[in-house]
Design a protein around this ligand. Structure first.
Ligand code: ADP
Ligand code: MG
Length: 574
C-alpha cells in the first residue's frame, strides 16, 4: 500500500525534491546554531575583538535570512505538494465515480462518497505533505543533536535523552486526548446541524402543530451539549500546551543544574552549557512532529485504504475491446429470452421476448413492481442482462460502445432532475454546445416559450436548489425540451405524466406526441387515456408480457387489459 501511496508523488517529483532538500538545510542550520553560540561564548568572547564579533554578527544575519527564506519555501511548497496530491486523488475519485454503473449507485450512499471526497482526502493530503518529510527530519534532528551533545559531554547527553521517551509519551497522550475531544465536538455539531436542517425543512409541519417552543427546547439541549463538548476540547488543549511547556522547562532545568555541576568540576565550559540548554529546545520540535505523525499516519492510511477500495471497483458495464460506435440507429428493438435480477432476492425478468419495430409507439402497462422500468433500463445498458440478449437493428447492444448506444436513446421520467444553474443551461444539457437558435427551437417545441418569456430574467433564471422552483409540468416540459435537443431515434417515457393533474397532462401530452414523431417510442403509463394513440400495448406482469396487441384488440380480448380499462373508464362510460 505504501508503494501505491508513493506513486502519487511521481508527477510532483521536482516539487518534492525542492521542498525536501530545503527542509533538510533548515534542519541542519537549526542543528548548527547551538554549536555556533558555544563557539561564540567560548572562543570569540574571551578574545574581545569587536571587529570580529561584528563580522560574525553580519554572517549570522545572512544565515538567518537564508533560513527564513527556506522555511517559507518549505511551508509553502510542502503544502502545495500535499494539495497537489490531494487534488489529483480527488479528480481520480470523481472520474471513477462518473464511470460507475447503476448498480454501484444502487448500493452506495451519497454521504459515503462525500466523506471520501472531503474528510479522507484532507487526511491523505496532510499525510502526503508531512509524512515522509517530517519523519526524515525528525530522525535526522534526533540523531544529529544526540551525536553533537554526546560529542560535547556523553554523560549529560545521556541524562538529557533519558527524558525524551517521557516527552514523547506526554505529547502522544495529549494528542490522543485532543483527538477524542475534537471528535466528540464534531459529533455534537453534527447533531446541531441535523436539528436545524430538520426544523427548517419541516418548518411547515412545525408551525401547523404549533410546536415552535418544543423545537426551541430541543435545540437548546443540543446546542448546550455542543458547548460542553467544545469547552472540554479547549480544556484539553490548554492542558496539553501547559504540560508540554512544563516538561520542556523541567528538562531545561535538569540540564542547567546537572550541567552546572559538570561545569564546577571543569568538565563543561560555559559555552557548552548554553549549547546544551539550546539543544533541549531543538529536540522539542521533532518530538512534536513524531507524535503528530503517530496520529496522522493511521488516519491518513485508513483514508487511503478506503480511497483504494473505491478506486479498485471496476465499472460493471464496460465497452468490449471490439465494441462498435453506432450512429443513426433505426430503432428496431428485439428482446430474446431476457432474464434479469437486481440482486439474489428476486428474479425480476424471467425470459422476456419482445419485438418493437422502428418508428412504432409501444405502451407498457401493468401493476407497479412488474418490471416495466426494468425492461426500459436494460435497453441503454444501465444494467446488463443475466441471460438472453437485446438487439437493436439486429445487433447485440453489448457489441456497441456504451457512449454511442446511449446517445441514441432519450429517457423522460416522472422525476425530472434539474441541475443548479440557469434554465438555458438546463435545456442545453440535452446537447453539449447547442446553439442559441437550437435552444429556443427546443423550448418552443416543448411549449415552454411563454413561460420563459414571463420570467423577468428569462432564460437566465436560476433553477434547481438555489433558484426558482418549477412546477411538475414546467419541469416536465424542460425535460422534453432537452429531449428535442438530443433528438434520439429511441425514446422512453417512463410515467412522464403520472404525477401531473389531468389539465397539465393534456398540454404535456401534446408536446410528447410531437416528440414521439419519427422515433421508436416506449411509453410506460398509468392512465390509459394517455396511451390511446399507441400503435401497440403490452401488458407486463410478474410473469412477463401477458398481452400484446392494439388498444382495441386488447379491450376485446377481455383479459387483464380489459379489466384495467373497465376500472379506469367505468365512471366516464357508464
Ligand atoms: P415497474 O416499473 O413495473 O413498477 P420496476 O421495474 O421498477 O417495476 O421494478 C421491478 C422489480 O424490481 C420490483 O420488485 C422492484 O422492487 C425491483 N427493483 C427495481 N429497481 C431496483 C433496484 N435498483 N434495485 C433492486 N431492486 C429493484
Ligand atoms: Mg416503474
Amino acid at each position: 500500500m505504501l508503494k501505491q501511496f508513493f506513486s502519487y508523488y511521481k508527477p510532483h517529483r521536482r516539487l518534492f525534491m525542492i521542498d525536501f532538500s530545503s527542509a533538510v538545510i533548515v534542519a541542519i542550520l537549526e542543528l548548527a546554531f547551538p554549536v555556533a553560540v558555544q563557539w561564540f561564548i567560548d572562543k570569540l568572547l574571551p578574545e574581545g575583538d569587536w571587529n570580529k564579533i561584528f563580522t560574525v554578527g553580519v554572517l549570522l544575519l545572512i544565515v538567518y535570512l537564508l533560513s527564513t527564506a527556506l522555511q517559507y519555501i518549505v511551508s509553502y511548497l510542502g503544502h502545495k505538494l500535499g494539495i497537489n496530491i490531494e487534488t489529483d486523488m480527488r479528480e481520480q475519485l470523481f472520474t471513477h465515480v462518473q464511470r460507475q454503473s447503476f448498480r454501484f449507485f444502487d448500493n452506495t450512499k451519497t454521504g459515503h462518497i462525500m466523506s471520501r471526497i472531503s474528510n479522507d482526502l484532507f487526511d491523505i493530503g496532510e499525510l502526503a505533505h508531512h509524512g515522509p518529510e517530517d519523519f526524515f527530519i525528525a530522525i535526522m534532528t534526533f540523531i544529529g543533536a544526540f551525536s553533537i551533545m554526546f560529542h560535547i559531554n556523553p554523560s549529560l547527553a545521556v541524562i538529557t535523552f533519558i527524558m525524551v521517551p517521557f516527552l514523547i509519551w506526554l505529547v502522544t497522550y495529549c494528542n490522543i486526548k485532543m483527538n477524542q475531544a475534537w471528535k466528540n465536538m464534531y459529533g455534537r455539531i453534527a447533531d446541531v446541524n441535523a436539528r436545524v436542517e430538520d426544523s427548517v425543512s419541516g418548518a411547515r409541519v412545525v408551525q401547523s402543530f404549533t410546536n415552535e417552543q418544543f423545537e426551541i427546547n430541543r435545540f437548546k439541549k443540543d446546542n448546550g451539549l455542543f458547548r460542553t463538548a467544545k469547552l472540554a476540547a479547549y480544556k484539553v488543549m490548554a492542558g496539553t500546551h501547559s504540560s508540554i511547556y512544563m516538561m520542556t522547562r523541567l528538562v531545561t532545568l535538569l540540564v542547567l543544574v546537572v550541567g552546572a555541576w559538570f561545569s564546577f568540576n571543569g568538565q563543561l565550559t560555559y559555552g557548552e552549557l548554553v549549547s546544551f540548554v539550546l539543544y533541549v529546545n531543538v529536540l522539542v520540535k521533532p518530538v512534536d512532529k513524531i507524535s503528530a505523525l503517530l496520529e496522522l499516519y493511521p488516519k491518513g492510511m485508513a483514508g487511503f485504504k478506503r480511497f483504494l477500495d473505491l478506486i479498485d471497483q471496476e465499472p460493471e458495464i464496460q465497452d468490449r475491446l471490439d465494441a462498435v460506435a453506432v450512429d443513426h440507429l433505426m430503432g428496431n428493438i428485439h428482446f430474446e429470452d431476457v432474464h434479469f435480477q437486481y440482486d439474489d432476492h428476486k428474479k425480476v425478468l424471467k425470459g422476456i421476448d419482445l419485438n418493437i419495430r422502428a418508428g412504432e409507439t409501444v405502451a407498457f402497462v401493468g401493476p407497479s413492481g412488474a418490471g416495466k422500468t426494468t425492461i426500459c433500463s436494460l435497453i441503454p445498458r444501465f444494467y446488463d442482462v443475466d441471460k438472453g440478449a437485446i438487439m437493436i437493428d439486429g445487433m447485440d447492444i453489448r457489441e456497441m460502445t456504451k457512449h454511442s448506444l446511449r446517445s441514441q436513446i432519450g429517457i423522460v421520467q416522472q422525476d425530472v432532475f434539474l441541475f443548479t444553474g440557469t434554465i438555458r443551461e438546463n435545456i442545453a444539457y440535452g446537447k453539449q454546445g447547442a446553439s442559441e437558435e437550437e435552444i429556443r427551437e427546443a423550448a418552443r417545441k416543448a411549449h415552454l416559450e411563454d413561460f420563459i418569456a414571463s420570467l423577468p430574467e428569462g432564460y437566465e433564471t436560476q433553477v434547481g436548489e438555489r433558484g426558482l422552483k418549477l412546477s411538475g409540468g414546467q419541469k416536465q416540459r424542460l425535460a422534453i425540451a432537452r429531449m428535442f435537443l438530443k433528438n434520439p431515434p429511441i425514446l422512453i417515457l417512463d410515467e412522464a405524466t403520472s404525477a401531473l393533474d389531468t389539465e397539465t397532462e393534456k398540454i404535456i401530452q401534446l408536446a410528447l406526441n410531437e416528440l414521439a414523431v419519427n422515433r421508436t417510442t416506449l411509453v410506460i403509463a398509468h392512465r390509459l387515456a394517455t396511451i390511446r394513440n399507441a400503435d401497440r400495448v403490452m401488458v407486463v406482469t410478474e410473469n412477463g408480457i401477458e398481452e400484446d396487441g392494439t388498444y382495441s384488440e386488447l379491450v376485446q380480448q377481455n383479459g387483464l387489459f380489459a379489466r384495467l380499462h373497465n376500472i379506469q373508464f367505468q365512471g366516464i362510460e357508464a
